[in-house]
Design a protein around this ligand. Structure first.
Ligand code: ATP
Length: 952
């Protein structure tokens, strides 16, 4: 079955009783594009009537044609605020060389030149250059990755083009475009209202006024009216708080009010995340420690009679090798690449800092409809005129039968639905079905070839239209003119439309059964409107409850007639109840697995829904998401104090009939318990809850712009499983950063300890500056970078969330860094001593062996840093091919500098003998082997571990 909402971007216009529509269409296209330009620049549109506005803009309510829109785009440019140009590339490249470490190196190279050591000097400069280019390339790559993410989050707008509603990028809007707005939308451009229902805008960003500004399409204002009072205009940069509207764009981009006020937006440097800040501080501390050690080694070497220049060069190189200056770049790249991986898994992270929080999430609060369920609605049961019917067929497929129950609607658990019926002979059923179909803003179109129809709009309303198709109604025919609409609001849980019936007006209302039944005084039975007694009301509510208990979403439908001439006040009261509709919306298969994965990962999934408690409980059971407590409903929450809620929250897994305010209280309660809360939201009212959650998640498909703006992450497929994927990626990114830190610091510590030991032992300088610089380039470069690209390991969701305040380097990890550093130093020392003590061997050959061991042991070690539990054979090379290639390339390059005759004089290397090669490889394998064996020993089952991070 595939009855999902098609990702179509067009939708046919509804009939409207808009009093201005006819006039406006008549005036269309009387000016040229050039005239429009002049008018846009000069005109005060709030003082213009609609006719004048459409004429000035050469616009019509059938929208501009695509061709005209293209031509106007050429003239007016993109609808976006200009940003100051980002810093030039050459400046970014130069920045790579703006570090004290590089200056030291350049000074060393200059001194070498003065002393005539041209080769040394050239080699040092070459390495500085390559290092700088590598850093620049890395920064560019992360910048591009982040830009790609931003373009995915670009705002869009609903606009009428060529007579149909299309969703286009907001930057493509032009003056004269006819846009449609509804509550929760960000206004994409300045626009003159054409038609507005109950419209209120939140304009604080522009006018500083925090309340909701009421809007009125019909007003024609004095030209001097201040901005905050121009109630017939809406402005870019503000948002729609309530209601619906259509409007003509009067200014775009820098011509909008916000564009004029803001002027040019400064180029924003990407924010630094707390993790990056912490690492920068760590880097500074390490730099001081390294420099201190280097100073001591320098003093020791001088004391034992080393040549000042040699010792100075060595000290500079060691400082370069020891200071993890590449760390911030590697971390940023790991973050940026991780974010891209998340985007590929449908989670768009809007704030870089959220990545760290994601790894610590302990509770995920999720909506039900569309997130945990498929949002593939099908009406399967109907109660009308005292009868119950089962409806066959699946999804948006238009074929299905109505089977009548042999029992009456008062029976709360019907059994036999044997008899198919002809709907034409079931008057109340037909009334109900047609009323439900009229009370929608969605539309459906046939897809041909007996395929499911295409639904544009709310899938639940689509299901009601398909129900009408099954009952033989032509839902594609023009509908009765719409007179008024009371839009759906989750607080009210109902919506109504008023249509003109020729001799009068009829309001159709649908909504939650308790809401509609409370507003109904009559019920339609046998063609007669009979009084609805309290007993009957209770009985109908019980039926609705029973249907909900079978995981159906239940809607009640009612109507009310009004005379043709009416004061425009349409209250949802004194309704005639028509019946109940039961919709099936099965849970997502992947949500069930995701719930299980959450459990394993120590994360508690919670369902917070506006639906009936019985429906919520039934779906929760199907997903294995039930807590200790039964479902807690919104009204129960109202009776709880904050303290009570906080004390009960740990055992509640399902909240039903909730409002946006409840969501906010639940987040607060959970946060009070020390939980790290991820919370989803879609409606405009969810924005506060989403913004107070540690990770606010907006729905990409069904969410409003306002909620997206308040969120940390946008879920592009509205799917619960994608939240869990994002948490997994968040953990992976943090792990990768920890791995890189462990790897880089262990390697650097190894070099410092080795050089320190040699100085203490009164040996000749065991690694020359150029060799140290080379090791630094080879190991801090590609292997570290690709280690940061490690995909999430298979065991990443088997452990509890990371404590949010856990430092990057815990005490245990600090010890590991020192221990592995010592191990590197030991291998290199043994290798150096082995050759140096061999009679007749030169110090150059001892250095070459030490040089190779230092390089290879670090390169091989990178393999072991890939996972804290799994050893290389379990991971295999193919799960991170980039790293495999990087390591291969580094290993070959090292072979080159040792063996190539041209490279030997530069790097002061000699060709190692066969047994020296054996020594090199045997000793280089020590650190990696110790780490891999320690994993095997540590994970002989001993119960769950808490210290899960990258350190072995
Ligand atoms: P969630 O997506 O948060 O799990 P939900 O979609 O079930 O929740 P709401 O959209 O707030 O929650 O709907 C709450 C109730 O309002 C529904 O159970 C239904 O009775 C009613 N309702 C929902 N959509 C409409 C609609 N378009 N018209 C009329 N009533 C509706």
């Amino acid at each position: 079955m595939d009855n999902r909402q098609e990702p179509t971007t067009t939708r046919h216009l509804h009939d409207t009783a808009d009093p201005f529509a006819a006039d406006a269409s008549r005036v269309a296209a009387s000016s040229t594009t050039n005239d429009v330009g002049q008018h846009v620049a000069r005109h005060e549109f709030h003082a213009a009537g609609l006719e004048e506005t459409t004429a000035l803009l050469a616009a019509s309510f059938d929208g501009l044609s695509e061709r005209e829109a293209k031509a106007r785009q050429q003239e007016f440019g993109p609808n976006e605020l200009r940003r100051a140009a980002p810093p030039a590339k050459w400046k970014l490249l130069l920045e790579q060389f703006a570090s004290p470490v590089v200056w030291l190196l350049i000074a060393a190279a200059l001194i070498s030149v003065l002393l005539g050591e041209w080769i040394d000097s050239a080699a040092i400069l070459a390495i500085v250059l390559v290092n700088g280019l590598l850093g620049f390339w890395q920064e560019e790559k992360s910048r591009q990755a982040l830009e790609a993410l931003q373009s995915l989050a670009a705002p869009s707008a609903r606009v009428v083009r060529d007579g149909v509603v299309a969703i286009v990028a907001a930057r493509d809007l032009v003056p004269g475009d006819c846009i449609q707005l509804e509550s929760g939308d960000q206004v994409p451009a300045d626009a003159r209202l054409v038609h507005a229902t109950n419209l209120g805008a939140q304009e604080a960003a522009l006018t500083g006024e925090s309340g909701v500004s009421e809007k009125d399409a019909r007003a024609v204002l004095d030209p001097k009216t201040p901005l905050a009072e121009r109630r017939n205009l809406v402005f870019a940069g503000t948002s729609i708080a309530v209601g619906k509207a259509s409007a003509l764009v009067v200014a775009t981009g820098m011509e909008t009010e916000i564009g004029r006020i803001a002027g040019m937006l400064d180029h924003q440097a990407p924010e630094q995340t707390p993790l990056e800040r912490r690492l920068e501080e760590l880097g500074k501390v390490l730099m001081m420690a390294c420099l201190l050690l280097v100073a001591i080694i320098f003093a020791l070497q001088i004391w034992r009679g080393g040549r000042l220049l040699d010792v100075f060069m060595m000290a500079v190189s060691l400082a370069v090798a020891a200071v993890p200056e590449g760390l911030p770049a590697v971390v940023t790249t790991a973050l940026a690449l991780g974010l891209n991986r998340m985007a590929r898994r449908n989670a768009l992270v809007r704030r870089l800092s959220s990545v760290e929080t994601l790894g610590s999430v302990t509770v995920i609060c999720s909506d039900k409809t569309g997130t945990l369920t498929r949002n593939e609605m099908t009406v399967v049961e109907v109660v009308a005129g005292g009868n119950r019917y089962r409806v066959t067929g699946t999804g948006f497929h238009p074929r299905g039968e109505f089977l009548k129950s042999s029992e009456s609607s008062s029976s709360e658990s019907p059994s036999g639905f044997a008899r198919p019926v002809d709907v034409r002979h079931e008057a109340e059923l037909l009334d109900l079905v047609q009323a439900a179909a009229s009370c929608t803003t969605a539309s459906v179109t046939p897809a041909g070839d007996d395929r499911p129809w295409t639904v544009i709009g709310d899938p639940m309303e689509g299901a009601l239209l398909i129900l009408a198709v099954k009952a033989g109604t032509d839902v594609t025919a023009p509908r009765s003119p719409l007179v008024h609409e009371i839009p759906f609001e989750s607080e009210r849980r109902a919506m109504s439309v008023v249509v003109s019936t020729g001799d009068g007006q009829r309001m159709f209302t649908k909504g939650a059964p308790e809401v509609v039944l409370a507003a109904s005084t009559l019920e339609l039975i046998d063609g007669q409107a009979r009084a609805l007694s309290d007993d009957r009301r209770t009985s109908l509510l019980n039926i609705a409850g029973e249907m909900a208990g079978r995981a159906l979403r239940v809607l009640a439908v009612a109507r009310r007639d009004f005379p043709q001439v009416h004061d425009g006040q349409y209250a949802e009261s004194q309704l005639t109840f028509l019946g109940l509709v039961g919709l099936q919306d099965p849970p997502r298969e992947e949500a069930k697995t995701a719930v299980e994965r959450c459990r394993q990962a120590g994360i508690r999934p919670i369902m917070i829904t506006g639906d009936h408690p019985a429906t919520a409980a039934a779906i929760a059971r199907q997903l294995n998401l039930s807590g200790e407590h039964a479902v807690v409903a919104g009204p129960d929450l109202d009776g709880m104090s904050e303290t009570e809620l906080a004390s009960q929250a740990p055992s509640i897994s399902v909240y039903a009939r909730t409002t946006a305010e409840h969501k906010q209280r639940i987040v607060h309660a959970l946060k009070r318990r020390g939980e790290i809360v991820a919370m989803t939201g879609d409606g405009v009212n969810d924005a506060p809850a989403v913004s107070v959650a540690d990770i606010g998640i907006a729905m990409g498909l069904s969410g409003t712009d306002v909620t997206k703006a308040a969120s940390d992450m946008v879920l592009m497929d509205d799917n619960f499983a994608s939240i869990v994927d994002a948490v997994e990626e968040g953990r992976a990114i943090f792990d990768n950063i920890q791995r890189v830190v462990l790897y880089l610091l262990s390697c650097n510590a190894g070099e410092v300890i080795f050089m320190f030991g040699a100085a203490l032992a009164d040996w000749p300088i065991p690694l020359l500056p150029i060799q140290l610089l080379w090791i630094n380039l080879i190991t801090d470069g590609l292997p570290a970078l690709t280690l940061g690209m490690e995909p999430p390991g298979p065991n990443i969701m088997d452990r509890p969330p990371r404590p949010p305040r856990e430092p990057v380097i815990t005490r245990a990890r600090g010890m590991h860094i020192v221990a592995y550093g010592a191990l590197f130093a030991l291998s290199t020392t043994i290798g150096f001593a082995y050759v140096w003590r061999t009679p007749g061997a030169s110090v150059e050959s001892a250095r070459t062996v030490a040089f190779c061991i230092a390089c290879y042991s670090q390169i091989f070690f990178a393999f072991a840093c890939r996972n804290e539990r799994l050893v290389f054979p379990q991971l295999g090379p193919f799960s991170n091919l980039a790293m495999f290639a990087a390591i291969l390339a580094s290993a070959v390059l090292q072979l080159g500098v040792v063996l190539l005759p041209l490279a030997q004089p530069v790097f002061n290397t000699t060709t190692p003998s066969a047994d020296q090669w054996i020594v090199i490889f045997a000793l280089s394998l020590i650190p990696v082997t110790v780490l891999e064996v320690s994993k095997l020993l540590a994970f002989v089952p001993r119960g769950p571990r808490r210290d899960h991070a990258a350190a072995p």
